[in-house]
Design a protein around this ligand. Structure first.
Ligand SMILES: *Cc1c(COP(=O)(O)O)cnc(C)c1O
Length: 392
């Protein structure tokens, strides 16, 4: 069997339609959208068409869409922008313990610069409590930032309810929707979202292009200073090919969303049930149903996730343990610790994230190979030996 890519939460391949759409802007369509001659006007038009496509996909207006260089940049911009602008009003930000580092590290930076941050805990399924949120709100609270879908365990937060609470209390609401857009329905006006981040490479677009949605009437500080691009808010000559690709990718993802989500959730459940039924001392991480249609995350007691990944790699199966950004470090994932896993169990986690290329045959092959790999690793594990001795 050829390579099996089960790491769509880390990144997705560019789909052919997207590649075709962006290619002309890497070749003959190289005009700078800020210039005035014909090839420049073509670039400008393509840029604005992509803005319309993104706006439509989110239920927003084109004027509310700002292109960025990544999802990370959009998170930084949203949070630091609001924090700096609303400093006279307050210095308190509410977020969660399970955010992506793009949000967490931005909050840590602000905490060193006079802001106060509340990290809401999550329950053992990875979901925040709305009661905790309400209790955390203070007169100085200027921003609530809660991710729509978690990149490690796939859990979905009650975004619409959070949006309603934020609106009632007149607090701005930002959501990191990088894992959500194109995978589950997102509508900024229905969900009461003031600011939203997304990234092209998580929805079959290229790396290095993202979006910050900022609701009309919400003041947005300029984040990168220079020329007048993005209506003076984000300077730098636009990544036209990347932006065109993002527009095409998001339009396709949203048009196929319902069908693809239904297909993937069947496959995801097959992965989860197949693992839990075949392999003892295993648990599912995240919520059983309130999770991304493509995400399965399980922990195996007595083994190291990293070793598991290497053995899977040798079988041509590419997966992840924790998130790509944290693997390589020995700290267990902050997300798995936040849902209450002990350190050892957090280390033995496996994240399978499916996508357009995933098939039933791939999952059967994976489920056929996995038990022997786990057994092999447990046979080498001193922890497992102790466990067997204690039980005997
Ligand atoms: C991937 C990811 C990001 C970062 O997006 P980049 O475009 O890779 O910078 C932020 N948040 C979440 C939830 C992600 O999964």
């Amino acid at each position: 069997m050829s390579e099996i890519y089960f790491d769509h939460a880390a990144t997705t391949p560019i789909r052919p339609e997207v590649f075709d759409a962006m290619l002309p802007f890497l070749k003959e369509g190289y005009g700078n959208p800020s210039s005035i001659y014909e090839i420049a006007r073509t670039s400008k038009k393509a840029l604005e068409r992509a803005r319309d496509q993104v706006a439509t996909a989110l239920g927003a207006q084109p004027g509310e869409i700002f292109f960025t260089g990544s999802g990370t940049e959009a998170d930084n911009w949203a949070i630091r922008g609001v924090a700096e602008l609303l400093k006279p009003k307050g210095n308190h930000i509410i977020t969660t313990a399970i955010e992506h580092h793009a949000v967490l590290h931005t909050c840590e930076y602000l905490a060193k610069n006079g802001y106060e941050i509340t990290y809401l805990p999550v329950d053992d399924q990875g979901i925040i409590s709305l009661e905790d949120l309400e209790k955390a709100i203070r007169p100085e609270t200027i921003l609530i930032t809660v991710m729509a879908a978690n990149n490690e365990i796939g859990t979905l937060q009650p975004i619409e309810e959070i949006g309603r609470i934020a609106k009632e209390r007149k607090i701005l609401f930002h959501t990191d929707a990088v894992q959500a857009v194109g995978h589950i329905p997102i509508n900024v006006s229905k969900m009461g979202i003031d600011l939203l981040s997304l990234s092209a490479h998580k929805l079959y677009g290229p790396k290095g292009v993202g979006v910050l949605y900022c609701k009309k009437g919400v003041a947005l500080k300029s984040f990168i200073h220079g020329g007048g691009q993005e209506r003076g808010r984000r300077a730098g000559t636009e990544n036209v090919a990347g932006i065109v690709a993002l527009g095409t990718a998001i339009e396709l993802a949203v048009s196929e969303l319902e069908e693809e989500a239904a297909r993937l959730s069947v496959l995801r459940n097959k992965v989860i049930d197949g693992i839990l039924e075949q392999i003892p001392h295993t648990r599912l991480n995240g919520h059983k149903t309130l999770r991304l249609p493509n995400n399965a995350n399980v922990s195996f007691s007595f083994i190291e996730g990293e070793s598991l990944l290497l053995l899977l790699d040798m079988k041509g199966i590419f997966a992840s343990s924790g998130s790509a950004c944290t693997s390589g470090s020995l700290d267990p994932s902050h997300v798995l610790l936040a849902i209450g896993l002990p350190h050892e169990t957090a280390h033995g986690s496996l994240r399978i994230t499916l996508g357009r290329s995933s098939t039933d045959e791939q999952i059967e092959y994976f489920l056929k190979e996995l038990p022997a790999i786990v057994t092999r690793l447990r046979d080498m594990s001193p922890l497992y030996e102790d466990f067997l001795k204690r039980r005997a």
